[in-house]
Design a protein around this ligand. Structure first.
Ligand code: KIV
Length: 298
């Protein structure tokens, strides 16, 4: 049987219980979230003890090399969620609702959230923005699916925001952000992501909400933090945003390993005897006799 980690008050079938998040906020315990996009990354995030995994539409940029997240499809997120949930057992897995999968109506949002849970195996879904997303969030929560909100820099609508830049930097915009977050909480969201907002604004939102805030580029006052897998592990060729801290340089490790592999293939140093398969001596003898006897193919 899996041992119960000391820090959780309750424990159901090996999964971090959703209500525990609000308790963690109350206890002032930071919540750790990271993105993941396949079974190995899900498994490794679980092994490292993270609390929440986001199958983010950031995959469109860091995994699939697109310029933005806009073109990511629901099918892509469904597939990646299936892979991640095969690897991650204890963390709650949250599937991002991609652009175009929830804007049209509450019915569209519920139908697509249901796909992410039924087909993908997600524990919860995340959607971006306030405004019409508040009604979408309420509809999905009413359908029995936990929802995480996301305000501040919302990459799916970066064009409207004037690019990938910090939000809430005027008094009016900061207040609008607090209002959006409050409305998302009132709609039933279990947590709200705050992306690229000044620390005082993130602190104000965190104070205003009962549910946890998860920050990315929002300073240290939020109830938890999230980083994108490829950014934090140095596994992404583009320029990472200023709020990213690199905890490893996997890109360098991989290039060095591939370089050694190429060198050894070209020099004949790889493969060695230990990497090959043997066959019984008598079979080899018989095979060699047959091979010598048979005529070459035309
Ligand atoms: O898609 C994503 O990875 C995200 C995080 C940056 C919060 O939305």
């Amino acid at each position: 049987m899996t041992e119960k980690p000391q820090r959780y008050a309750s424990w159901t079938a090996g999964k971090l219980p959703l209500p525990e998040l609000v308790e963690m906020k109350r206890r002032n315990e930071k919540i750790v979230m990271v993105t993941a996009y396949d079974a190995p990354s899900g498994r490794l995030a679980d092994a490292a003890g993270v609390d929440l995994i986001l199958v983010g539409d950031s995959s469109g940029m860091v995994v699939h090399g697109r310029e933005s997240t806009v073109a990511v499809s629901l099918d892509e997120i469904v597939f990646m969620t299936q892979w991640v949930t095969r690897g991650a057992k204890r963390p709650l897995v949250i599937a991002d609702m991609p652009f175009g999968s929830y804007e049209a109506s509450d019915e569209q949002a519920v139908a697509n959230a249901v796909r992410l849970v039924k087909e993908g195996g997600a524990d919860a879904v995340k959607l971006e923005r306030g405004g019409t997303s508040v009604s979408r969030a309420r509809a999905i929560v009413d359908a029995g699916i936990p929802v995480m909100g996301h305000v501040g820099l919302t990459p799916q609508t970066a064009t409207v925001l004037g690019g990938f830049k910090a939000q809430g930097r005027t008094a009016a915009r900061a207040q609008a952000l607090v209002d959006d977050a409050r409305e998302l909480e009132a709609a039933g969201c279990f947590a709200v992501v705050l992306e690229a907002v000044p620390e005082p604004v993130a602190r104000a939102v965190t104070k205003a909400l009962t549910v946890p805030t998860i920050g990315i580029g929002a300073g240290a006052a939020t109830d938890g933090q999230v980083l994108v897998w490829h950014d934090m592990l140095g596994y992404y060729e583009g320029r990472a945003p200023r709020f990213v801290k690199r905890y490893a340089d996997l890109g360098e490790v991989i290039v060095e390993a591939l370089g050694r592999y190429a060198e050894e293939v070209r020099s004949g140093a790889f493969p060695e005897q230990q990497h090959t398969y043997a066959m019984p001596a008598e079979e080899l003898e018989a095979f060699e006799a047959t091979a010598t006897a048979s005529s070459p193919r035309r």
